[in-house]
Ligand binder design. Structure first.
Ligand code: FAD
Ligand code: SF4
Length: 461
């Protein structure tokens, strides 16, 4: 049986709209897709899931029409299924190892997870068991997937939880980075409302490190979990990055997603892209989000400049396919060497063509410049999406906390324990830029470790 395709809005219509691209399985489609699963005696798909969701079991329940049962199985390991079903890179995780992939196409595990989560959102919320109050207080710094997952587990264990968020809206990259057409904001908002209903307090516009430090938080709380992500954009270090029309992808996406820069009365508008040429430099999810957003803001031409080939691109395969269908141009084996301006405004990007050499330390083939291949690509807007790193403000949060040479917080991967008693950390601030599911998993492991620490008060080991 062929894989059941995800229904989606037609490319031409969606390329100019922020409406969600994938429209979701119907019950009939979900049951059809679930019925392809072999229910393997040793399901490889589970090994491919970073948080070990019992995939074979939940798919079996979908096939039998027991959606509530399937939701319960997923919820045991994943507290953000509607998010992960939409944004996880399944093709390199669970679906990459599904046995059906050997001879055909793997089960659409992500689409089924999304279906189950969306169906459950339509039902009255299930009763959530919350333990008796323990009298212990936990501060969480940062409200991305790591912070939210940690808050969700700790509140159920009876601890009082306060989440401090630097921005004016909680959600982290889920609200300021990933665009509406991929992850509708109402899904993240519903998750946050659910946590509020359970008693989690959110304090927004609270950048810890500016006024308050971790020591201040420790004075009022029994433990602290740092989940501030890695939101400081990297730049290329080439001439012209200060020209008008040059953005980091972070700034561009935050203005559009969080500040609604596309509305005529927006307080922080972006450069009017209608009829203009935009280039995005990079090949990850952030680059795909930026280029498809530029197209939706009316760019006449939107192109990706990437110094390797599509085979090495870290973006999710679905994002690359969607971008191509919507009309994004891909200039592969192309690296910018200068941003050229005229009276302070960007006019073009000078690029050099590359070829692939030997593999580097990541195992990806290294791009090697081809001498004499420089050309100019006309551009009104250039968006730089070449990665993020931890914000140096972090050092001010707690100067005595141990950091790695990469600027991330040194923490035990299993428990999130840092070098400072009572302080835990997880998500991108520990791993560097990673994925939603890994951040969520780190938040949950830290919640378990914090609970144990609050119970016995012991540190070390
Ligand atoms: P974040 O989500 O970064 O949240 C950290 C929060 O902490 C933010 O809200 C920030 O404002 C807040 N904060 C920072 N400093 C402070 C402070 N001093 N005080 C208080 N609050 C603070 N992953 C996927 O799996 N699939 C995708 O499709 C995908 N697409 C992506 C697209 C973009 C544009 C980006 C940027 C990332 C994408 N990722 C994707 C990566 C994924 O979103 C991250 O790995 C994940 O969000 C990390 O979670 P986190 O909780 O560690 O941090
Ligand atoms: Fe089903 Fe594929 Fe997992 Fe086997 S590996 S149980 S076929 S999803």
């Amino acid at each position: 049986m062929p894989r059941t395709e995800m229904p989606e809005v037609e490319a031409e219509a969606r390329a100019r709209s922020f409406r969600e691209v994938n429209t979701g399985y119907t019950t009939q489609l979900a049951m059809l897709e679930a019925s392809r699963c072999l229910r393997c005696p040793r399901p490889k798909c589970i090994e491919g899931c970073p948080v070990g969701v019992r995939i074979d079991e939940f798919i079996g329940l979908v096939a039998a029409g027991d959606i509530a049962g399937a939701a319960e199985v997923i919820a045991a390991d994943n507290s953000l299924p509607a998010v992960c079903g939409r944004v996880c890179p399944q093709e390199s995780q669970c679906e990459a190892v599904c046995v059906l992939g050997a001879k055909g196409r793997p089960i659409a595990i992500g689409h089924l997870e999304r279906f189950v989560a969306d169906e459950m959102r339509l039902q009255p919320p299930a009763e959530v068991a919350v333990a008796e109050p323990t009298g212990k207080r936990v501060a969480i710094v940062g409200s991305g997937p790591a912070g939210l997952a940690c808050a969700s587990d700790l509140i159920r264990l009876g601890h009082a939880v306060t989440v401090y968020e630097a921005l004016h809206e909680p959600g982290g990259v889920l609200v300021y980075g990933i665009p509406e057409y991929r992850l509708p904001k109402e899904i993240v908002a519903a998750e946050i409302d659910r946590l509020r209903d359970l008693g989690v307090q959110f304090v927004v516009n609270a950048p810890i490190g500016k006024a308050e430090t971790i020591d201040d938080l420790l004075a009022d709380h029994d433990a602290v979990f740092i989940a501030v992500g890695a939101g400081l954009p990297r730049f290329l270090g080439i001439q012209g990055e200060n020209l008008i029309g040059v953005y980091s992808a972070n700034e561009f996406l935050t203005r559009v997603n969080l500040m609604r820069a596309y509305l005529p009365d927006a307080e922080t508008p972006v450069y009017d892209l209608r009829g203009r040429r935009a280039v995005v430099i990079g090949g990850g999810n952030t680059a795909m989000d930026a280029v498809r957003t530029a197209l939706r803001l009316g760019a006449a031409d939107a192109a990706i400049l990437y110094r390797r080939t599509e085979a090495e691109m870290p973006a999710r395969a679905e994002e690359v396919r969607h971008a191509r269908e919507e009309g994004v141009r891909f200039e592969m084996l192309t690296a910018p060497i200068e941003l050229i301006g005229e009276e302070g405004w960007l006019r073009a990007v000078r690029v050099q063509r590359m070829e692939l050499g030997d593999p580097d330390e990541d195992g990806r083939r290294r791009p090697v410049p081809i001498a004499g291949s420089e050309v100019e690509i006309p551009a009104d807007v250039a968006i730089i999406a070449v990665g993020n790193e931890p914000n140096p403000l972090l050092r001010k949060i707690s100067p005595d906390l141990e950091h790695t040479p990469r600027g991330t917080i040194a923490a035990d991967p299993e428990t999130g324990r840092t070098s400072k008693a009572g302080v835990f950390a997880g998500g991108d601030i520990v791993t560097g830029g990673a994925t939603v599911i890994l951040a969520m998993g780190a938040g949950r492991r830290a919640a378990a470790a914090i609970d144990a620490y609050l119970e016995n008060g012991a540190w070390g080991g």
